[in-house]
Design a binder for this molecule. Sequence first.
Ligand code: ZN
Length: 75
Amino acid sequence: MVFCTDCAQQQEDEQKFCRFCGERLPGATLIQQLREESANIKAQKTGEVTQTQQANLATLKAIELARQQGFNGQS
Ligand SMILES: [Zn+2]
């Protein structure tokens, strides 16, 4: 079970794109890439985070939060 990062609608596991807004859905691979990216950023620039990096981290947090909460189709 996956959720759109743009509109937070629930999607079928096998879907690659959101059927509501067309946003590309985050597979496990993408989330892993984002994690590694943020870890690299932290390692390279301790104490200094740009707006783009903050946005990436915020996206990651939102994805994890959505997964934890289950988001039973409520909007
Ligand atoms: Zn969507």
